[in-house]
Design a protein around this ligand. Structure first.
Ligand code: ASP
Length: 583
């Protein structure tokens, strides 16, 4: 090895030793008689010192070192006069006896420090330099640790890691496929897996019993801060299990990760029916770090000649504790925020419970003191609280109230990144009505089994059929989801029929799976965790981008390697593909 130690380990216990370090110049300070240089590697920083004890040539060499030069330095470990208690190596410095420049560096386009002056775009272009910064490197180290702990835990429970192919045929998870043209089969395309769903089920038919894979998945969707076109799942499948087994095993995995990586003991995860999550929080992934549940107010607020409420399907309220002091201006601003097209509320009604015990609403014309007292009681409001009310079509108003609840939770400081509120959401509907295509889609995916007692409703009330499907939610973010699967050809064919496939289409696309079900398919089920998202929650980040070494930007571009890119005519010809892009 070129070095005897790393830049993050020397302490007073090494005093007097002659050591050799390798690393990058973080900064250099020339104080005339003395020159200090901080040299950095993945492990930390060490201070080098050169002074009049050194010969002139070496001092000259040191003066010529720019930021990010790569050095091999030999010297003696000595005690510092002014120590830095914040650094492991802060008590010592290296009295340099030799410097070898392993490589020079252009001046980097931004400062490689924890706080940098580089904008997002610039850092993305020079991601390899951004990755030298501590915060990003720490995220990747955290990710590495989590991946190791996932493997340890699952291996300990007899799970086998099996790789599945990347060039496959569409596996529908509700997104668009990325496709790859086949040169050897002109006019035909592979799809990249949205998940290894069908393969893991086939592994169950093969008797593998407990499978997992930390695996790249690909979905061609519009991107947001928490999405990437390629992302990583901890993908799992088990045979001969019940839903209860799956919940316990993967609650166990999550607790194991929190314990080993963050030193946190989580309480037993609460469970909630999908229907209750929607009713109380307007979301299938409620943030349970705080309460502020919805209270339905039809009984109290309708029938008082206030047409907005009378004409609404649903009137709901939340109690923003301690917000009675909100000014008119703040409430107007909140109303405008709710009216933005992204949320689409038509207005906001409020009722202040003054510290003096008086109740004052924005619709006092229609509601007397008794009504407002009833309202306050329904919301368990106390003096000092602010009641916020929305009304409209049930589904829409719940969604809007979900946004308002989260916003108020944020404003009230109830969504601390260091608090963790896990939750299992159970019994999702099997199907979901899609307004655009005017038909039902699988809410999870087409391989999810309906609850046996609900199968009869498939023909009569398809929207009411519940699935054996579950999601794991942490702090309002879905971090995992799965289901007990269909393992019977007839039921799978029935499911495809309800999803609008003709028998021929179903056979063409999924015949391999239905055929496999005829060769002794065991009952099975599974789950997949969004690994990037889990890492970002552990790292306290809002975006998954910084737990990924080389992420794409919001337009799906990698600006560092500059892709997607056009390909040569020769390549297109080989693929027998002609592009006819509109100008
Ligand atoms: N394949 C599913 C997904 O990607 C997870 C599962 O059902 O196991 O969401």
């Amino acid at each position: 090895m070129l070095r005897t130690h790393t830049c993050g380990e020397l302490t007073l216990s090494n005093l007097g030793e002659t050591v050799t370090l390798c690393g990058w110049v973080q900064k250099s300070r020339d104080l005339g008689a003395t020159t200090f240089i901080d040299v950095r590697d993945r492990y930390g920083l060490t201070q080098l010192v050169l002074n009049t004890d050194n010969d002139a040539t070496l001092r000259e060499k040191a003066k010529g070192l720019g930021r990010e030069f790569v050095l091999k330095v030999t010297g003696k470990v000595i005690e510092r006069t002014s120590k830095n208690a914040k650094m492991v190596t802060g008590d010592i410095e290296i009295a340099v006896t030799d410097i070898e420049i392993l490589n020079s560096s252009k001046t980097p386009p931004f400062i490689i420090e924890d706080e940098t002056d580089g904008g997002e775009e610039l850092r993305a272009k020079y991601r390899y330099l951004d990755l030298r910064r501590n915060p990003i490197r720490n995220n990747l180290m955290l990710r590495h640790k989590m991946a190791q702990e996932v493997r340890k835990y699952l291996d300990g429970l007899d799970f086998i890691e099996v790789e599945t192919p990347v060039l496959i045929k569409s596996t529908p998870e509700g997104a668009r496929d990325f496709v790859v043209p086949s040169r050897m089969n002109p006019g035909e395309f592979y799809a990249l897996p949205q998940s290894p769903q069908t393969f893991k089920q086939l592994l169950m038919v093969s008797g593998f019993d407990r499978y997992f894979q930390i695996v790249k998945c690909f979905r061609d969707e519009d991107l947001r801060a928490d999405r990437q076109p390629e992302f990583t799942q901890i993908d799992c499948e088990l045979s001969f299990i019940t839903q209860e087994d799956i919940l316990n095993i993967f609650e166990g995995l999550t607790r194991h990760l929190f314990k080993t990586v963050k030193g946190i003991d989580l309480i037993k995860f609460p469970r909630m029916q999908y229907a209750d999550a929607m009713r109380l929080y307007g979301s299938d992934k409620p943030d349970l770090r705080f309460g502020m549940e919805f209270v339905e107010l039809n009984g109290i607020m309708k029938g008082k000649n206030f047409s907005v409420f009378d004409n609404a399907e649903l009137v709901i309220g939340i109690n923003a504790k301690g917000c009675a002091e909100y000014t008119r201006k703040q409430l107007d601003e909140l109303t405008e925020w709710l009216k933005r097209p992204q949320i689409g509320a038509t207005g906001l009604i409020y009722c202040r419970y003054g510290a003096d015990g008086t109740l004052k609403s924005s619709v006092d014309k229609f509601y007397g003191e008794d009504d407002l007292t009833n309202l306050a009681a329904a919301l368990s409001a106390e003096p000092g609280d602010l009641i916020l009310i929305l009304a409209g079509q049930s589904q829409k108003v719940r969604k809007q109230m979900n946004e308002l609840r989260l916003e108020m939770g944020t404003r009230l400081g109830l969504r601390n990144k260091n608090d963790f509120a896990p939750l299992w959401v159970l019994d999702f509907p099997l199907l979901e009505w899609d307004e655009e295509t005017e038909r039902y889609h699988a809410m999870h995916h087409p391989f999810t089994s309906p609850k046996p007692e609900d199968i009869a409703m498939l023909d009569t009330e398809p929207g009411e059929v519940r699935a054996n499907a579950y999601d794991l939610v942490i702090n309002g973010t879905e971090i995992g989801g799965g289901s007990i699967r269909i393992h019977d050809r007839t039921l799978q064919a029935l499911m495809f029929k309800h999803l609008g496939f003709t028998p021929e289409e179903a056979q063409k696309q999924f015949g391999f799976l239905m055929d496999a079900f005829e060769y002794g398919a065991p009952p099975h089920g599974g789950i997949a965790f969004g690994f990037d998202r889990l890492c970002s929650i552990f790292a306290g980040l809002d975006s998954i981008r910084d737990v990924i070494a080389f992420p794409k930007n919001n337009s799906g571009r990698d600006v560092m390697i500059d892709t997607p890119a056009t390909i040569s005519d020769a390549q297109l010809n080989e693929l027998k593909i002609k592009t006819t892009l509109p100008l």
